[in-house]
Design a protein. Structure first.
Length: 142
């Protein structure tokens, strides 16, 4: 039975900061920042940081979260939920946070659409007022 469990467990592998930065396109500064924020917990070998496969998976989640605009606190909540309650609870927390972020982005998109519409109307008004103006030309004389 223990042999079967060992076959399912991912192999224990470690990564250097350089390897993770190269793989994910992150900077060493970003990884150190995530460590300061308590999102990553690399081991130390002398002065070098040694990242586990768990740190690698966490980094992947962190970077995905940041890419879609999640805050560090929201990402921490998702990661901490896994540590405290396991995968299903983490998924439920992530779903809650993701739905909230979708709502925020939809509101933001509506505001951007309104701003675009106002700018288009203003540009159309100015084009009618100054038909001789074309993009990039000199200003009309007052």
């Amino acid at each position: 039975m223990s042999l079967l469990l060992n076959l399912r467990r991912p192999p224990y592998r470690t990564y250097s900061i350089t390897q993770l930065c190269r793989e994910f396109g992150a900077t060493p500064r970003a990884l150190r920042f995530y460590e300061e924020q308590g999102l990553l917990s690399p081991a130390r070998r002398d002065t070098a940081r040694v990242y586990s496969y768990k740190d690698r998976a966490r980094l992947q989640l962190i970077l995905r979260g940041r890419r879609v605009g999640l805050s560090i606190a929201e990402i921490r909540d998702i990661l901490d939920t896994y540590d405290e309650e396991g995968g299903p609870a983490q998924d439920a927390e992530a779903l809650r946070i993701h739905k909230r972020r979708i709502e925020q982005l939809q509101t933001q998109r509506a505001h951007v659409d309104e701003a675009i519409q106002e700018l288009e109307q203003a540009a159309q008004h100015l084009t009618c007022k100054y038909p001789e103006l074309k993009e990039g030309e000199a200003k009309p004389q007052a």
